[in-house]
Design a protein around this ligand. Sequence first.
Ligand SMILES: Cc1cc2nc3c(=O)[nH]c(=O)nc-3n(C[C@H](O)[C@H](O)[C@H](O)COP(=O)(O)OP(=O)(O)OC[C@H]3O[C@@H](n4cnc5c(N)ncnc54)[C@H](O)[C@@H]3O)c2cc1C
Length: 577
Amino acid sequence: MSDRHVSFMSALCMGRIEESLIVPFPQMPEGERETVSAVLESIDDLLEGHAEDFRTWDRAGELPADFIDELKEFGVFGLVIPEEHGGLGFGPTAYSRTLQQLGRHDASVAVTIGAHSSIGMRGLLLFGTDEQKARWMPTLATGEQIAAFCLTEPGAGSDAAGLRTTAVRDGDEWVINGNKLWITNGGIADFFTVFAKTGEPGERRNISAFVVTRDTPGVSVGPHEDKMGLRASHTNAVYFDDVRVPADHLLGEEGKGFKVAMQILNSGRTGLGGGCVGGMKRLIEMATAHANGREQFGRPIADFGMMKQKIGQMVVDAYAAESVVNVVNGLIESGNHEYAVEAAISKIFATEALWRTADEALQVSGGNGYMCEYPYERILRDARINRIFEGTNEVLRLFVALTAMNDVGTQLTELASSVRGIFDDPIKGFGLMSDYARKRVTLASGVRGPTFTTLHADLRPQATQFEGGVRTLARAVDRILRKHGKHIIGKQFASKRLADIMIDLFVLASVLSRVSHAIEAGEGDVAQQVHILDVFCGQAIARVEQNAARIDDNDDETLKAVADHALQLGRYAWDNV
Ligand SMILES: Cc1cc2nc3c(=O)[nH]c(=O)nc-3n(C[C@H](O)[C@H](O)[C@H](O)COP(=O)(O)OP(=O)(O)OC[C@H]3O[C@@H](n4cnc5c(N)ncnc54)[C@H](O)[C@@H]3O)c2cc1C
């Protein structure tokens, strides 16, 4: 295990490629490979038999209890629970690969298992004491208890820190009061990880995390929500009315619950990413079968350039998403704790890639794609939520950009021997710092820039393009910091641009690492993988350069004025006859 505490993206923003963090391309640990293969095969056996049921259950809006019992018997609730507590003890790579297989068959099933393992019981896994783990993990592993994660409230969505649920200490107990909204597995869960404000009224109240079990008096659950997608997955409000839990149900430290919540979400993100990749693989199978089989104008539609463009892009997106999810899994697996930004990037990229793929696969299918008889429309509906939950992609973009700028700002202020984050204080006089000034000159002149040295020599042309992108990124961070300083927090157009540059570069770095490994391993289809790299590299670098160029040359203020006008009127202004 490495004890390195370096974020690949934070270094990249300073113009440094920490290549040892992502090269060689991570592989599933040898010991897990065989078990995972067997699990994937059994998942196919179990779920293929239910292909028609998934459609029925989507319409009915419920996964029947006897199917959930089948899942329990199968052992799929114990994926990430250590073997000593009766689970399979899968690491992140194996877990995300398994969710991929579930996502291939049905998103409601993948989300039921994902909400249990990625977020519902992950607080116990990450922060539980030995005693807490021994008490609950065995029943969570068998599915006797299903887990749910209770953070969101009617007034606290993206701004989770604004939650109102309270937990007040009374002797050896905590008394919890509050309402949680849209909780996945809410209707079937017996184990809730609940976030509540602690501390006396009048004091500054911090968040703490608690385990609450369903059988505790005062816990109740609202009706199953009627949703656009993931209709069979249970989503419910969960109410806590004077719920008393013993003091030892506190998870992690009192007052550190926000950190617990964020670490749970970071750590579980590649599960969602894996599910998205599984969905994309399935869509590619469906779209290629349709394109080959459907004839128009006397030829299979697969012969038409615009159909090839769509299918080619689906493959590029799926490969890129799979690469970045695996690289993040590798970062987690290596013991490097600095992966929050990279995990957020993998979530943003994979969820948007699945959305594009679902939309284009439906288009390839024409009118069939729109008919409920075929699964395209269901997959499209199911895919939509991914850009909203586990952190909306907008809020995650802010996190990606602001963390990068905070890290760079902190490194700069460290150079000036006073550590202050960008959130606290303007970056003072960093133009005077000689080290940084030198680096800026180097980056700008391109004399001795960042180098990616450990990739296979055949990939030098693509590595050179990536290095150019890194110089652009470092210059972009510099430019944005100089332009906005601490006011960057209110400059979301600029933050989004920076986040998009970072997303493209991290995904490109992941694809480079993977293709390099494929060449070194002598994989048979490596020429195809190089084609994918070439396409993605061209697309990503073009976007990077365009986003960088728009930092100074943009119409942000004009577009904001258009939005403000509409927001003020509350309607479109030219609705004339
Ligand atoms: C099917 C489903 C399952 C869910 N499962 C769970 C669960 O198991 N547990 C749980 O705790 N929660 C769950 N949620 C809640 C989910 O996590 C929230 O919906 C999500 O965090 C967004 O919150 P919100 O819906 O209140 O949107 P809001 O936070 O109100 O956001 C609305 C819009 O404003 C944007 N926005 C918000 N803040 C900013 C900002 N600072 N800058 C720019 N844009 C911003 C958002 O990106 C979004 O586009 C689930 C939701 C759904 C629909």
